[in-house]
Design a protein around this ligand. Structure first.
Ligand code: CP
Ligand code: NVA
Length: 308
């Protein structure tokens, strides 16, 4: 059994094994319907319990389809209907019940410590479906999408992030260390990655460069990543933050500076990208969203010790 909480804590070779499995599984079911099972029904009889403390469209649907295609089932709990949030039931007791009724637990939370506390008490794997500090299933899937489109290992590509230093960027930074790719980050000075992330980068001697000029950040890029300026956990003056990011909007003109680049965005989007970029040929956001299913299937198999 393995947990899937942060990319930085998962061996690079395991992350690569997950991607290799996802590629094979995706190829093998090209002609199948969404709910048709994969050959071998690898998670038959298994129950994935999901809980979302914050909104979700893609993560919810992609985990539903992922476990379904592996022949398992899923049940989504509403946090406001559990004793955990209202009646004061402990994480320890909740975890005990989840462990005896289910086989894996996927949690989207507004508190990183909760993931650790659940991990301490669960005897089944926990998967981080987004927390304030990371979004590992998204980024592993995005590495898959980049390699699928560019037909090259990501270590041979130049990756650029334009946007806030948020959970998605933290996972992208962890991925850049695990998969050894060059990463440029473009953001206003005030919104650069914090000290602990900068120390993690330094400690791992990775090639991450930060620019306060978006034009410099996109030079030579093969992939441009972006995300909303205001994340779900952001308790900031929204008007001011949006204004601070005004020059970092992904426009046609900016994309012209990196003509071979694809545009990726985990979604949902805000005002950080112009409509004509979002809907352009360079944008691969719909494929990116769909690939979550394939990679999360292999993550589930990894967690449950069933990766081929
Ligand atoms: N990208 C992503 O995680 O989307 P949702 O918030 O809709 O799940
Ligand atoms: N950074 C965003 C990602 C949403 C999928 C957020 O946390 O709201």
């Amino acid at each position: 059994m393995k947990h899937f909480i942060n990319l930085k804590d998962i061996p690079a070779k395991d992350l690569r094994r997950i991607l290799i499995d996802a590629k094979k599984r995706k190829k093998a079911r090209m002609k199948l319907n969404n709910l048709d099972p994969d050959k071998g029904t690898p998670l038959k009889g298994k129950l994935l319990i999901q809980m979302f403390e914050k909104s979700s469209l893609r993560t919810r649907l992609s985990f539903f389809l992922a476990i379904s295609q592996l022949s398992g089932r899923t049940l989504t709990l509403r946090p406001d209907e559990l004793h955990l949030s209202k009646g004061g039931e402990s994480i320890e007791d909740t975890a005990k019940i989840l462990s005896s009724f289910g086989d894996a637990f996927m949690l989207r939370t507004d508190n990183d410590e909760k993931l650790e506390e659940f991990k301490k008490h669960l005897t089944i794997p926990i998967i981080n479906g987004l927390s304030p500090s990371s979004h590992p299933t998204q980024i592993l899937s995005d590495v898959f999408t980049v390699e699928e489109i560019k037909k090259k290992p990501i270590s041979k590509l130049n990756i650029t992030w334009i946007g806030d230093s948020n959970n998605v960027l933290n996972s992208l930074i962890a991925a850049s260390i695990k998969f050894s790719f060059k990463l440029k980050v473009g953001c206003p000075k005030k919104y650069q990655p914090n000290k602990s992330i900068m120390n993690y980068i330094k400690k791992n001697k990775n090639k991450i460069t930060i620019y306060n000029d978006p034009k410099k950040a996109v030079e030579g890029a093969d992939v441009i990543f972006s995300d909303k300026v205001i994340s779900m956990n952001d308790r900031v003056n929204k008007k001011r933050k949006l204004k601070d990011f005004k020059n970092f909007k992904i426009s046609k003109n900016l994309m012209k500076k990196c003509p071979r680049a694809i545009f990726l965005h985990c979604l949902p989007r805000g005002s950080e990208v112009d409509e004509n970029v979002f809907k352009s040929k360079q944008s691969k956001v719909w494929l990116q969203a769909l690939n979550r299913i394939h990679v999360q299937k292999s993550i589930l198999l990894y967690c449950l010790g069933k990766l081929r």
